[in-house]
Design a protein around this ligand. Structure first.
Ligand code: GDD
Length: 358
């Protein structure tokens, strides 16, 4: 047995047959692998379809979970039953192409790497068929994980690794981000490679990703970051933010009074506010993280986060107004909230990481 493929399922009956057929067609391994489906109580006949394959092939198994449905817990449970020491994790909905599996498992099988990640965000990787907001959310998820884990696609669901790396993951791991849990359990010391994949949105069934999964992810990021975000830094950051708005408006008005053009007044007031915010955040809000030195490097990061947040604000606003028909006057509030959260997290993790100015 070369390796075990763990496939979590929740209402995927329309995808099972073509997935198994395409996996068994991977001639390169001469069917020398097992497929373990871990199902969380599907109601659409998924289990029956898998049972039919199980009856025909000794290397196909179904694990039926009775606990509360959870993706990460399913993968951990599946890995515990695996007969091989090398594991591949992939989705059941064919968004991960079975034909790309050999290039993902090879680096681990050959012992060259602890983990091989199917990555959408390295050269040669891509995401196809996802609506604009899913692409943004996915990028945002990766961006937020970046400071604690230097991976381009930390939320990928297609990866290979040694079995014990999954079975060592703490049992409280929840939600969609099992890869991040795995990398953090390895304390960032794992030897990993990112292999480009093209992710194709599913054509049958629906995604099970919900708002609660995003919140669980955020919560896990915060606890994995080990105190990087706190009420103290968040409240000081908010006060500085309000002060920045005040400075921005004041400088803008002052420039207009001196008959400066609109563009010049706008850019100058923005830069004045960013400079003051950066200085106060470094010297006060995040003083406990770094020693409060001001550097160009940090300043450029602060500016980058600010511009990213501004773009996000436009994206959220467009989504709420054009796709969900929410009036612009109301939509601006969640857009501002999203911007503030990203600005704060970007500052906490990226601009002023703990022990930043050592
Ligand atoms: N057992 C079990 N329990 N399986 C689940 C559960 C659950 O609670 N929730 C989802 N699944 C299974 C689905 O049946 C599918 O095989 C796979 O997990 C992925 O679920 P989707 O709901 O289709 O995910 P997605 O396509 O929206 O999300 C993709 O992008 C995420 C972010 O990058 C996937 O590639 C995820 O793996 C990835 O984290």
């Amino acid at each position: 047995m070369l390796f075990s493929i763990i496939i979590p399922t929740l209402n995927e009956s329309e995808n099972i047959d073509s997935l198994v057929t395409r996996l068994l067609a991977l001639k390169v391994f001469s069917e020398n692998f097992e497929i373990i489906f871990v199902d969380d109580g599907s109601k659409d006949g998924t289990q029956e379809k898998i049972r039919r394959w199980e009856a025909r092939n000794n290397n196909i198994h179904l694990v039926e979970r009775r606990a509360k449905p959870d993706l990460a817990a399913s993968i951990i449970e599946g890995a515990a039953t695996a007969r091989s020491n090398v594991i591949v994790v992939m989705d059941a909905d064919l968004s991960h192409l079975p034909e790309q599996l050999p290039s993902i498992v090879a680096p681990v099988l050959e012992g060259r790497y602890d983990v091989a990640i199917g990555s959408r965000y390295v050269a040669g990787g891509s995401t196809q068929g996802w609506p604009f907001y899913r692409q943004w959310l996915s990028r945002l998820g990766g961006f937020c994980a970046r400071p604690i884990c230097d991976v381009n696609d930390a939320t990928s669901g297609f990866f290979a690794c040694r079995r014990e790396l999954i079975t060592n993951i703490p049992e409280n791991a929840r939600g969609y981000k099992i890869l991040l849990e795995l990398l953090m359990t390895g304390q960032n010391k794992l030897n990993f490679i990112e292999v480009p994949i093209s992710f194709h949105d599913r054509t049958h069934g629906t995604s099970k990703l919900s708002l609660s999964h995003h919140l669980i992810y955020l919560q896990r990021l915060i606890s994995l970051a080990g105190g990087t975000v706190s009420f103290g830094t968040a409240s000081r950051f908010a006060i500085v933010g309000f002060l920045g708005v005040f400075v921005d408006a004041l400088v803008f008005q002052w420039m207009l009074n001196w008959e400066a053009g609109l563009a010049l007044a706008h850019i100058t007031s923005f830069l004045a506010a960013v400079t003051i915010n950066y200085t106060l955040n470094s010297k006060w809000s995040f003083r406990s993280h770094s020693k409060g030195y001001l550097t160009w490097h940090q300043f450029s990061r602060f500016l980058t986060v600010g511009l990213f947040a501004l773009l996000l604000r436009g994206g959220v606003l467009a989504l709420l107004v054009y796709s969900w028909n929410i009036p612009a006057g109301i939509a601006i509030f969640p857009a501002i909230a999203a911007t503030a959260i990203v600005n704060y997290l970007g500052s906490a993790f990226y601009v002023f990481p703990v022990n930043g100015n050592r």
